[in-house]
Design a protein around this ligand. Sequence first.
Ligand SMILES: Cc1cc2nc3c(=O)[nH]c(=O)nc-3n(C[C@H](O)[C@H](O)[C@H](O)COP(=O)(O)O)c2cc1C
Length: 177
Amino acid sequence: MSAIVIYRSKYGSTKQYAEWIAEELGCEAHDAKGMKVDALLPYDTVICGGGLYAEVIAGVSLITKNIEKLEGKKLIVFSTGLTPPEYREYYDKLVVEKNFKPEMLSKIKVFNFPGKMIIEELSLPHRAALKTLKKIMTAKTNPTDMEKLLIKLCDTSEDMTDRAAIAELVGYAKNAI
Ligand SMILES: Cc1cc2nc3c(=O)[nH]c(=O)nc-3n(C[C@H](O)[C@H](O)[C@H](O)COP(=O)(O)O)c2cc1C
């Protein structure tokens, strides 16, 4: 049985998780940029990781748009993001709803890991996007949970990547290998 880890990562946190997972599973990790679904067909287990950007898991469409072609494989998706622990349950649900059709959830197992955002490392467009978002959200008189969360995310500058977080995913994948 064989496995591959693929990832899309702008600032390196998803790449780091992908490499940790690949090391644990004794398989390879590849940047999914420009990758076609055919490259995944030789593997029994496909693990796809992406950073969260406006609740979208970077690169996940390679899996979700090709779900029929990947039929019969063990599919695992993980995201990395900055969700504070008190919002995790609420936010994980939101991310799942935004990235997957309900019928896909019986075929794909989803995990979310704590990510990294160091303000000084961000591209200018990303810094500008966060600044604008924060301005809009703080102007709200009665912010919703989501709006409060977004304000918190905009102010985060922290590396929360943690190798221990991959244990459950690795255990799940190993059962399939
Ligand atoms: C413009 C922008 C939007 C983001 N949107 C989200 C988001 O919706 N949810 C979240 O949890 N984190 C969000 N983040 C934080 C990233 O998901 C986090 O830094 C992640 O670890 C990045 O992964 P990467 O280093 O592999 O690119 C955002 C960061 C930026 C710069």
